[in-house]
Design a protein around this ligand. Structure first.
Ligand code: SF4
Ligand code: SF4
Length: 366
């Protein structure tokens, strides 16, 4: 009936949990599960993407290993989530390659783009690359070339997101795609507060089996750091095109202040998540997915680190090389976004929208 062993195992676990129902207060997964008697592939992918991998249901479970029922919901749903990133990815053949070699592929992309920019600018005007430019990035790489390069990769990433999210939404919804504005509002609130990283109250459970809010905190730093950096880029674009105010911007200007705040978030959040992942109980973790997880948080951290180095040294002769390095890292990050950990946030948002709509329908029927 199911296409993979992981889907079959998830079906077995959800059937056991549906009979037990001890964990129904921990997160959205169990109430969503209770609305079903059987589970098709779309249902299981929906439940997997509702799970925030807090670990609480493993430590609370009387049937977890070494019990013969061998119930390990966090590990199985983590495997299913990682499979779902590849299953819905567009184009599919690229997803498999990136999932297997996440960090290597992303770093190679970044290094090759940085080398390309260094070669390009060095060939055209080596003096511009190796001399102080008073912070004028466009002396090193023309604004048009920068927009063309990053516009293309951003367009590609958006296309990949649209196709993969549409496939996921169709699969989890079947013939019943209606949601409503109220459900959308609830899902957005739950996403922005990372509500279900609470693990039923105490937070995520780590290797000492004690709940802690650290994982939720570092997720917040990463999430809002990313949004602030995005806002900094959007404001700078507005300055350039709407007001003809060209970079470099002063330290106290809005784009730079947003970038500094976001950059701090992207240093603290990914570093904290990396440290916590090293301490996570291995029995909860899907080893096959750690490469892409590490690639994503490493690329976020490096984006921020190279951005700060560029900002601090922008008036020196090191600016040209640092700009090439920073742009290379950002290019690699953009290229990897549709195939790695970043998509889990978007799939989770869609899963939460469906969950909020189901809850509202259930309340209405009751
Ligand atoms: S994880 Fe264990 S305790 Fe929780 S609902 Fe499933 S079987 Fe019951
Ligand atoms: S790991 Fe946490 S979020 Fe996932 S199913 Fe268990 S309790 Fe829910």
């Amino acid at each position: 009936m199911h296409a993979t062993d992981t889907l079959r195992e998830a079906d077995r676990l959800m059937t056991v949990c549906n009979a037990c129902r001890y964990c129904e207060g921990l997160c959205a997964v169990f109430p969503a599960m209770e609305m079903r008697r059987t589970f098709n592939d779309g249902d299981l992918n929906y439940l997997a993407n509702l799970c925030h991998h807090c670990g609480a249901c493993f430590y609370d479970c009387q049937y977890s290993p070494p019990h013969e029922f061998d119930v390990n919901v966090p590990e199985t749903l983590a495997k299913l989530r990682n499979d779902s990133y590849a299953a819905y990815a567009w184009p599919g053949f690229l997803a498999g390659a990136v999932a297997r070699n996440g960090l290597i592929v992303t770093l190679l992309t970044a290094a090759s783009v940085a080398a390309f920019i260094i070669g390009f600018v060095g060939f055209a005007d080596s003096a511009a690359l190796f001399s102080a430019q008073a912070g004028d990035f466009y002396n090193v790489m023309p604004h048009g070339a920068m927009v063309a390069l990053f516009g293309l990769v951003a367009l590609y990433a958006i296309l990949a997101f649209v196709f993969s999210l549409r496939a996921f939404w169709r699969d989890i919804n079947g013939d019943n795609p209606s949601t409503g504005v109220a459900a959308l509002g609830q899902a957005v609130r739950d996403t922005f507060t990372l509500r279900y990283l609470g693990g039923g109250g105490g937070g995520c459970t780590s290797e000492d089996e004690q709940p802690s809010s650290q994982r939720r905190l570092y997720h917040h730093f990463t999430f809002y750091g990313f949004l602030l950096c995005f806002a900094a880029t959007a404001v700078a674009t507005l300055y350039h095109y709407a007001f003809d105010w060209r970079a470099p911007y002063a330290l106290y200007s809005l784009p730079v202040l947003l970038g500094i705040a976001g950059g701090i978030g992207l240093l603290i959040g990914p570093a904290g998540l990396f440290a916590l992942a090293r301490r996570r109980d291995p029995i909860l973790v899907d080893d096959a997915g750690t490469g892409m997880d590490t690639a994503f948080i490493a690329m976020l951290f490096l984006t921020s680190l190279t951005g700060f180095a560029l900002m601090i040294l922008r008036d020196t002769a090191a600016m040209g090389l640092l700009l090439a390095l920073h742009l290379g890292v950002v290019f690699g990050l953009f290229l990897s976004l549709p195939y790695g950990k970043f998509v889990h946030g978007l799939y989770r948002l869609l899963a939460l929208i469906k969950y909020a709509a189901e809850r509202r329908r259930q309340t209405f029927v009751d």
